[in-house]
Design a protein around this ligand. Sequence first.
Ligand code: NDP
Ligand SMILES: O=C(O)C1=N[C@H](C(=O)O)C[C@H](O)C1
Length: 257
Amino acid sequence: MTDTIRVAVLGAAGRMGAQTCAAVEAADGLELVARIDAGDTVDASTLAGADVAVDFTVPAATEANVHAALDAGAHVVVGTTGWDDASRGRVSEHLERANDGRPAGEGLGVLIAPNFGLSAVLAMTFAAKAARYFESAEVVELHHPDKIDAPSGTARHTAAAIARARTEAGLGAMPDATETGHEARGADVDGVRVHAVRLRGLVAHEEILLGNAGEQLVIRQDSFDRASFMPGVLLAVREVGSRPGLTVGLENVLDLG
Ligand SMILES: NC(=O)C1=CN([C@@H]2O[C@H](COP(=O)(O)OP(=O)(O)OC[C@H]3O[C@@H](n4cnc5c(N)ncnc54)[C@H](OP(=O)(O)O)[C@@H]3O)[C@@H](O)[C@H]2O)C=CC1
Ligand SMILES: O=C(O)C1=N[C@H](C(=O)O)C[C@H](O)C1
């Protein structure tokens, strides 16, 4: 990369995309070279020489955007939700092909972060650390009602990390005597119950409840404004070029992983 990092924003007219364009324009050492939105093609021409493409679009479009940006030779930072093992695997394979033969450390990178907010990244990290000590754990995510996916990507990432920690600690299934009304118990993400609230006035919030006999730990984070995501987005834009391959979660960039 040159000294100035050229950035293209995909989903530029959206809530996160618009805020990201403004943050990039205001940041030292970054230059906004393209605003891409629904209906636009993603290729070398529309990316306009971008070193890094930032995707805040929709779950149905994000994977194709990443492949297209990689084909155009750009690193990619992804905030969009909707990723699973299969789609992440396809991106990993694409990166292996694209980076084959490049000198070590000079390959393309993709950084997918379910949440760029520091409070959210820390809440997820703390929850994963605490999980092994509690018999029960449930996740509640609360968002603005214009959000199209549920549960949130953050809640899925949190629940998956809790489940991994429980498995590593040899914990079994959580106690739950429910016999009727299973639909009221939320989504099951790797054996962890996740509940989604949609409420006008909210932005993005998460609560992780951890319980033992006679005690409870509640870890809560609140993004009251999308400004909370911007330091993480800018950090990812600056870091992705020095992280060839696929990185999932900003905790890895912050050395919290
Ligand atoms: N990682 C993080 O920290 C955060 C992640 N998110 C996630 O980011 C995503 C975007 O959220 P948000 O900004 O609120 O959503 P918005 O709906 O406000 O923005 C999405 C934008 O993407 C556009 N778009 C749709 N399809 C394409 C496409 N194929 N190529 C380019 N642009 C397209 C939409 O256009 P149109 O409206 O015309 O369809 C819209 O302008 C969501 O998945 C959300 O969960 C949100 C906040 C923080
Ligand atoms: O749609 C949103 O707003 C958000 N989406 C991400 C998610 O699904 O986790 C991140 C944050 O929660 C805001």
